[in-house]
Ligand binder design. Structure first.
Ligand code: IPE
Ligand code: IPE
Ligand code: MG
Length: 247
């Protein structure tokens, strides 16, 4: 798309009704590469470039929370060399981008059990979280070794621990108190969930939180996902009638 066309699209967005929380299932890297006769890792490398661009585009239009699904609890099923490449790319991404992220007042958060990730990743992720912890701009929430079922089971275990300690009673458990046990505590539910690559499924993403999230799907692969696609998703979102079960 030409620059003017992108701007024209951007101008169609109602800036007073920007979705507060956007989730993205970044999918299609492998197929993007395969289509070009390249190894899957080439797709991941190209996908990382889109992360940089989309983070920038989102924070510029005042999205408050951006949740990116980077590695699922099921992605461990992949060949070890692909997992290693993904981990390496993650470290490289943080290393390269963290100064700019920090300068843009973005706060980095992670959802998922990062203790299971390689030491180099844990170190780099913790450095990013620590450096940006007092930032007040957009929250960049990255799903790493994240799975919605795992998150819910972990919450249940923690609630039982707190019950044993007398910190919580069954009658205290409700939607709001349950959310305090999720990785996303202190974050609103996603308003908009974007999934490129043509798959029409959640793949274990934020199962509890997406109860009333608006979905936006596209056939394009993540390495082809540009700012204009983000704008288009938001424009389409703004046309939806969110009833939350009401009339
Ligand atoms: C998304 O792209 C990246 C991760 C899941 C880490 P894929 O690697 O799933 O690409 P496809 O879906 O096989 O094309
Ligand atoms: C979802 O994509 C996980 C991430 C984008 C990190 P997958 O490629 O793993 O999902 P499936 O296997 O197609 O459902
Ligand atoms: Mg995939």
């Amino acid at each position: 798309m030409k620059k003017e066309e992108i701007l024209e699209l951007k101008n169609k967005i109602d800036m007073n009704r920007i979705p507060e929380h956007i989730g993205i299932i970044m999918d299609g890297n492998g197929r993007w590469a395969k289509k070009r006769g390249l190894p899957r890792t080439a797709g991941h490398r190209e996908g990382v470039k889109r992360v940089t661009e989309i983070v920038e585009a989102a924070f510029k239009i005042n999205v408050k929370y951006l949740s990116l699904y980077a590695f699922s609890t099921e992605n461990w099923k992949r060949p070890s060399d692909e997992i290693e490449a993904l981990m390496k790319l993650l470290v490289q991404y943080i290393n390269k981008e963290i100064e700019r992220i920090h300068k843009n007042n973005i706060k980095v958060q992670v959802m998922g059990d990062i203790t299971k990730l390689p030491q180099s990743v844990v170190k780099e992720v913790n450095r990013a979280i620590d450096l940006t912890k007092d930032n007040t701009g957009m929250v960049l929430n990255i799903g790493l070794n994240y799975g919605g079922r795992d998150e819910i089971i972990r919450a249940v275990k923690q609630i039982l621990e707190d019950f044993k300690l007398g910190k919580i009673k069954p009658e205290d458990i409700n939607d709001s108190s349950f959310k305090d046990y999720l990785y996303t505590k202190e974050m609103p539910d996603p308003d908009l969930l974007i999934r490129p690559s043509g798959e029409l499924r959640l793949s274990n993403f934020m199962l509890y939180q997406v109860a009333y999230t608006e979905f936006w799907y596209s056939d394009i692969y993540w390495p082809d996902f540009r700012e204009e696609h983000l704008y288009q998703a938001i424009i389409d979102y703004q046309k939806r009638d969110r009833r939350f079960g009401g009339i």
